[in-house]
Design a binder for this molecule. Sequence first.
Ligand code: ATP
Ligand code: MG
Length: 460
Amino acid sequence: MIRKLLRKVFRRAGSASPQQPALIPVEQHGIRRDQLSQAACKVCSVLQENGHAAYIVGGAVRDLLTGHTPKDHDVATSATPEEVRALFRRSRIIGRRFKIVHVMSGRETIEVSTFRACHDDDTAETDEHGRVLRDNAYGNQAEDATRRDFTVNALYYDPGRETIIDYHHGVADLRQKTLRMIGDPRARYREDPVRMLRAVRFGAKLDLAIDPAARNPIREMSSLLENVPAARLFDEMLKLLCSGHAVKCLKELRAEGLHHGLLPLLDVILEQPLGERFVWLALENTDERVRQGKSVSPGFLFATLLWHEVLADWEARKGKGEPAQPALFEAMDGVLEAQSRKLAITRRIAGDIKEIWALQPRFDKRNGKAPWRLIENPAYRAAWDFLRLRAQSGEIAMELVDWWQHFAHAGPDERERLLAAAPAAGASPRKRRRRRKPGGREQNGERQASPSVAGGNEGI
Ligand code: ATP
Ligand code: MG
């Protein structure tokens, strides 16, 4: 009876589409409303009470169906952005390309978007390659579903009824572990080339095979990514790198030819021989942190990814006789500048990156007041973690890392003793290591890089 009624409602709402959605009851999909964010459920109920259709859509539904914890919650509604804004005190309209409303509830932000119409040449503004620049034409739910990228992302959950509305067989695709594009993949990539990166990310994160129809055009269309604004690419790369599956994603990007010449960062990550070990180690660490539910600092991550670029330039400058500290700053600025042409690293994150890099030479100074000051620096912990990665990758001796760990946790007397026993300033472990005779040992006993570094990264 309810089903019949719903069908009737949807037939009316979805009259532009010949397609009838599948209504999947909770007995079949198993998602209870209390598994979703209470804030998102509340947003839906407020909208519904005010006569609008409203559903939780996208990543949260998909993630719960695959046993993942949703990262954030998106709501799709028949209400216009202005109508949504008027219903929630703590809300604001954002976006130019696509207007959406951010509704704040406690510490959560729910992204509320209005059902979109299907593209047609009259409503969407595109660039010369067909990329949609701006489109705020609203439509009904069926059209909205057709506008979404992958079938698994076009699932609408009604928290009131605990029902999933599925227009494009997304639930079946999830069961069959397939990532399928809605519509013609070539046309969808032309509209928005970032969908190629999203395909790789969702495939890796959800362990889905990208349907050949969506996979095949990627290689030949990859150059379209060049026209995507740097800020958008940065957002997408950040999502990819913080997905908990960065290693898998980057291997996939390389396999699809999506990295070459497109994003300088990816060239750096995937094609530099020198820092390869360091970068993969950093990515493995990040993935592990994400999987353990720990926070990941984008500044730290990008600092690791770009470090060997900086290091190479820094060494070259020092080789030409430039003083160490200014040479480091020149190298840092040069590397960030080269990246920012394609990938808009935000100013705040760039500040965090520089802070970590700039502290690295200060670990070499182990006398006087400098070490006391360094451990009080708010960025000390991040800088020390970075130092440890450098040691684990074999760039510097682990002895230096251990010394600082000791020093930071010791009492005043022990600290004085450590300072007295430390090598003189400027005698960095790297320099000493170069001079070491075969079979010789470090003063404090050099530790081998961790086993995961020694054997873990081949074949990537
Ligand atoms: P996650 O939040 O885990 O990154 P998500 O699928 O929720 O995944 P969002 O970027 O939050 O991704 O977008 C929410 C929904 O909006 C998607 O599930 C999809 O339906 C739609 N969407 C987002 N980006 C695009 C795009 N580029 N093209 C078409 N639809 C999109
Ligand atoms: Mg989302």
